[in-house]
Design a protein around this ligand. Sequence first.
Ligand code: OFO
Length: 173
Amino acid sequence: MISDKMQKELNEQIALEGYASYLYLSMASWCRSQGLEGCSRFLHRQSEEERMHMLKIFFYLDEVNGRAVAPGIKQPPQEFESVRSLFEQVYAHEQKVTASINKLVTKSLKEDDHSTYNFLQWYVEEQREEESLMRTILDKIRLIGDGPQSLYYIDKELEVINAQAAQAEGEAA
Ligand code: OFO
């Protein structure tokens, strides 16, 4: 059995993960409109991952006899200044998600809710990996530069990162 407070906060996390999924989907579409196919494919994958993060909390709430709420769809931005600012926004969003997960972990400990604490450890690890990945991408963009001549190389890098992520997923499955 889960407390009402914890259920409410897990539902807020559902909304945050759902928004991340929509934000990355919107970003994928913008990248495609700029001819950045590699970036677009990478962001589509991230969008799917965030949807999975959202659903994981749904299933957890079901399991502990709680009630998961499907969040309203908040419109994400449609336009982005540059590929660099886009990935800066991805990184900022991931940091926000990490802060939110950390708060949930603290709350679960305060409530002696070891089941939720245990469940959240998966997210703690996931966020560490995602923040590290986004930092790597931003470092590469800084190294390559994001002028018109550099976009081709940035896109190729994202293609490689995406293929590595696909392979890692395949190996984990
Ligand atoms: Fe990376 O946001 Fe989900 O957990």
